[in-house]
Design a protein. Structure first.
Length: 233
């Protein structure tokens, strides 16, 4: 087990890291990494899958340590890889997590008094619409801008600071949904299923907060640095 230090290193055995920091399993498919890597180090696994080891380490450290903030900017190839990572994260949230949670919440909503069921459905539908809007803005505006910047295209009027100033916290409304389920739904409404979906919501909320940190402390500063370099050219 990894003890008495703060950050992962390239020569750590990835299986040992997983044994202690379970949440980083979530990042593997977003980098195209599969389980079954034996006793290989992080560097060896990244080499197997063509993943930039420094980018992988930064993302894993963000996921695992509350007080970690990257101190270096990403290079252009790392930025391309991070955009791909973020897009895969969006698909995971929308296609797997949100849909799975919706099925359970609708089942709970149908089992309780209609007025409570209506409140639960509406709150979740509003939340899902906000998530879709949030991701669509990034996929239709932010990521194409960064890709154009990387390719040396015209910047237009957009800049990454606009993204930073308008970057909403979709995980906050998820926390409100958790409070509704914990505090206000009838106590005898499918208690086992409600407990199960609460664990799913807690996990999703934590994952989304890490996702936001990656965008705020890794993506945005690196793009700002790229903008500065382009301005100097």
């Amino acid at each position: 087990m990894i003890q008495n230090r703060k950050l992962f290193a390239a020569d750590d055995k990835l299986a040992n890291v997983v044994a202690e920091f379970h949440d980083i399993i979530l990042v593997f498919p977003r980098f195209g990494i599969n389980l079954g890597f034996g006793d290989r180090s992080i560097a060896e696994v990244c080499k197997m899958y063509g993943v930039d080891v420094n980018l992988f380490l930064m993302v894993c450290n963000i996921y695992s340590f509350e007080d970690y903030y990257p101190e270096s900017f990403l290079n252009e190839q790392q930025l391309k890889s991070l955009i791909d990572y973020l897009l895969k994260s969006h698909r995971y949230y929308l296609d797997e997590r949100v849909g799975h949670i919706a099925n359970h919440l609708m089942h709970i909503a149908n089992s309780i008094e209609p007025k409570f069921g209506t409140i639960l459905r509406k709150f979740f539908d509003d939340y899902r619409a906000e998530v879709v809007s949030h991701f669509s803005y990034e996929e239709e505006n932010v990521f194409p801008y960064i890709e154009s910047l990387l390719e040396g295209g015209e910047r237009g009027t957009f800049c990454i600071r606009q993204f930073e100033e308008n970057h909403s916290n979709i995980e906050d409304k998820l926390d409100d949904l958790i409070n509704i389920i914990v505090k206000y739904l009838p106590g005898d409404s499918l208690p086992r299923e409600r407990t199960s979906v609460l664990f799913d919501l807690f996990r999703l909320s934590k994952d989304l907060k890490k996702h936001a940190l990656i965008e705020d402390y890794l993506l945005a500063p690196s793009v700002e640095a790229l903008e500065d370099r382009r301005n100097e050219e």
